[in-house]
Ligand binder design. Sequence first.
Ligand code: G3I
Length: 376
Amino acid sequence: MAAVTDRRALLTALAAAPLAAGLGLAAAPASAQAADVPRLGALAAAKGLFYGAALTSAQLQIPPELGRLLLDQADVWVAEWQMKWGPIEYDGPGLRNYKVVDAIADAAAAHGKRLRGHTLLWHTQMPPWAKNGRIAETRAAWDKQVAPFIADYAGRYAGRVFQWDVVNEVIEPDDGLPGALRNSPYYRMTKGSDYIDQAFHLAREAAPDAKLYINDYGLEYPVAWNERRRVALLKLLESLLARGVPVEGVGIQSHLDIAYGFDAAVFGRFLDAIADLGLEITLTELDVREGVDNPNPLAQRYQRAADEVRAYLETALDRPAVKGVLTWGLCDPFSYMRLGLDIADNRGLPFDDAFRPTPMHETLAALFAGASPRST
Ligand code: G3I
């Protein structure tokens, strides 16, 4: 398979990809290699887990090899950015365009994939008319512009999204607010955490069958800033549950970083504390950041990333509360690490620049195959 070499040409092609109504998957060459690569989704499902990956609508078509892998490997699909408020209500308050989300949801249904919803509420990628302080930070703005979006969006995909990230990244200890909450426009609209309560109640009413999640990052390592976030999140969960807010799951983004040094005991205690609250867990955005200009030989870098994933998942998959794993993409050239963070050569996903499985893929396959069965 041809390797992905010219990023700019690829991005141009992706941006221009016609959004076919049905997002018919390009008939990628079902090459022998693709056919004999162990299927992560199937291996996970055999143990009552699920495995999925983030995608964009274009990636289901271009390049065809990626569409093939998304079909073969992932049983759950999550939109990397197209199911956020910004792209949907882009044109103006109340002017919601669900065309792309409908296409992704239709493609998922057509191919027997479960769709994970990311995300109903996030302070990043807000619509142009709302971001950078353009939306009034008042309760009226919440009641008239934000809450109606959540209700409409969650309701439109009721029965079609099996897990929703109702709120994403609401913790920020460095902002110095009560409860270590992020100083977001939503916090300021409701003058505290009430927006979180409201978002969950709106989602519950609109989408009774979806599992309702809170999703966050910086929870994985034995470093001080992660510990502050773990403590804050557990306290928030306890207070939400005490108020009867229908939180059912915690998304741990799992953007691993080989610079930190994973500690199984620390992370295991955190998982157990979440489970003790009666909540389920999904590892929602797994990838490995290996540092800018990593000087090591490629084979060593791939193995190091795989080893980090092994240590992390051996701890996580030991917990019945952990229901599934999604990687934040499948192939390195399409990783946000390369496209968004400019870590130009990051190798932190299960497939490489030539769409070949990396040692991480082998590790994921072995871990799923060796996982203890659990009830779905
Ligand atoms: O907006 C343009 C669109 O007009 C254009 O057609 C398209 C062509 O590819 O690009 C769009 O640009 C950017 C898009 O990524 C595609 O690259 C968006 O401006 C940019 O905001 C978007 O960034 C995404 C980011 O979240 C913000 O939504 C990243 O892809 C995505 O990987 C990243 O994912 C986040 C999770 O949601 C939350 N956890 C952290 C994670 C990484 O930052």
